[in-house]
Ligand binder design. Structure first.
Ligand code: PLP
Length: 399
């Protein structure tokens, strides 16, 4: 039988996963693959957090909790928002989920009706349009230019707004671009939105702690008039190297919004993993000095990657201020050939690179940026050196 739902048939398989699968297949055959495809910190979860997870199990924290999360964790999340973002929430405005991805899904499910439009800024994280589609909404893509470091032009945002616009998804620091919106840039988005009082903002701030060069993360919810229309999404995955623990959270402007997200989640997955909730509470309430080391390691890798990329003819890397990704314009190779194979786009280029020099890079067609590949520097300096040398040698053979 093939009578599946249109909703699920419309979901595109992740291109990121295809390259990862290829890279794992080669690794299993003993090939020395270097992966710039990774979407998670390569550090271990800090020891005190791991210990807290073990303690939770030993103490028998193995039962259901409230579906929105334990009161203690939700309080720790409120304290985090006050401390880091100057945002005041009550526990009843917080919903803890199985990762920020589920928090995003809950938020979009609560906001988006069939036919509603959601504005997404390209290049975007490829999950956004999929989630919007699953919710029955229509993604309206606004292109952000590489020459503006992928920051949206407010007048382009204004032009994309229609009577059907329900929400804007804003991701800063951004995956895939590494762009970090300054307060002034957020103010100019807020100025547009203030003219359209019915549009929500879903602010994905999962890379908040990974910001470099003296830049500072600012939450759009903290700007005048924005709190009441913004659902802030964040989580433990990236900052605390806790991707596998699956804890994300949403902060809603009212208890009503939080209750709607919680109601949905209560039928979908109930609470997030109980021992992970305890470990997250300890993480949020502990000293975060380990983050300085993580940030400086990422910064050194980013700089090395940019430096190496600057020596490769034909590529143009975009300076990234946050997260752990660099976008590289590879369009100058399109239409050329490698060993007689024509490179008709980033997808083909990425598969030739993995097949011939065993380096995994992510083609950005699925991110709304067909001229680009994305390189992750969640890997060590030796691999960055070696991987980029291989890419350089490969590209030298493209004629
Ligand atoms: N938002 C962005 C922009 C991401 O890149 C990711 C993970 O790659 C997530 C959200 C999801 O994070 P989590 O592991 O908390 O589901």
């Amino acid at each position: 039988m093939e009578n599946f739902s249109k909703r699920c048939l419309a979901v595109s398989p992740s291109l990121t996963l295809a390259i990862t699968a290829k890279s794992n297949e080669l690794k299993a055959k003993g090939v020395n693959v270097i992966s710039f495809g990774v979407g998670e910190p390569d550090f271990n979860t800090p020891k005190h957090i791991v210990e807290a997870g073990k303690e939770a199990l030993d103490k028998g924290m193995t039962k259901y909790t409230a579906s929105s999360g334990t009161p203690v964790l939700r309080q720790a999340v409120c304290d985090k928002f006050k401390r880091d973002n100057d945002l005041v929430y009550d526990k009843t405005q917080i919903v803890v989920s199985n990762g920020a991805k589920q928090s995003l899904f809950n938020a979009l499910q609560v906001l988006v009706d069939e036919g509603d439009e959601v504005i997404i800024l390209a290049p975007y994280w490829l999950t956004y349009p999929e989630l919007v589609g699953i919710c029955g909404g229509k993604s309206v893509v606004v292109n952000c230019l590489a020459e503006n470091e992928f920051i949206v032009n407010p007048s382009d945002l204004e032009k994309a707004i229609t009577s059907k616009t329900k929400a804007l998804i804003l991701n800063s620091p951004s995956n895939p671009t590494g762009a970090v919106y300054s307060r002034e840039q957020l103010e100019s988005i807020a100025a547009v939105l203030r003219r359209h009082p019915n549009i929500w903002v879903v602010a994905d701030e999962i890379y908040e702690k990974l910001v470099y060069d003296g830049n500072k993360h600012v939450s759009i919810a903290s700007l005048d008039g924005m709190y009441d229309r913004t659902i802030v999404i964040n989580g433990m995955s990236k900052a605390y190297a806790m991707t596998g623990w699956r804890i994300g959270f949403a902060a809603a402007p009212t208890t009503r919004v939080a209750k709607l997200m919680d109601g949905l989640q209560s039928h979908e997955s109930s609470n997030a993993n109980t021992p992970s909730q305890y470990a997250s509470q300890v993480a949020l309430n502990s000293d975060e000095s380990f983050l300085d080391e993580m940030r400086s390691t990422f910064l050194a890798r980013r700089n090395r990657m940019l430096e190496k990329l600057s020596t490769i003819k034909g590529v143009k890397a975009i300076h990234a201020k946050g997260a752990f990704y660099i976008m590289v314009d590879v369009s100058s190779f399109f239409g050329k050939s490698y060993n007689g194979v024509v490179i008709d786009g980033a997808n083909k280029l990425a598969s030739l690179i993995i097949d011939n020099v065993s380096v995994a890079v992510i083609p950005c067609e699925g991110f709304g940026a067909p001229n680009f590949i994305r390189l992750s520097y969640a890997t060590n300096i030796e691999k960055i050196n070696e991987g980029l040398d291989r890419i350089k040698d490969f590209l030298a053979e493209v004629k």
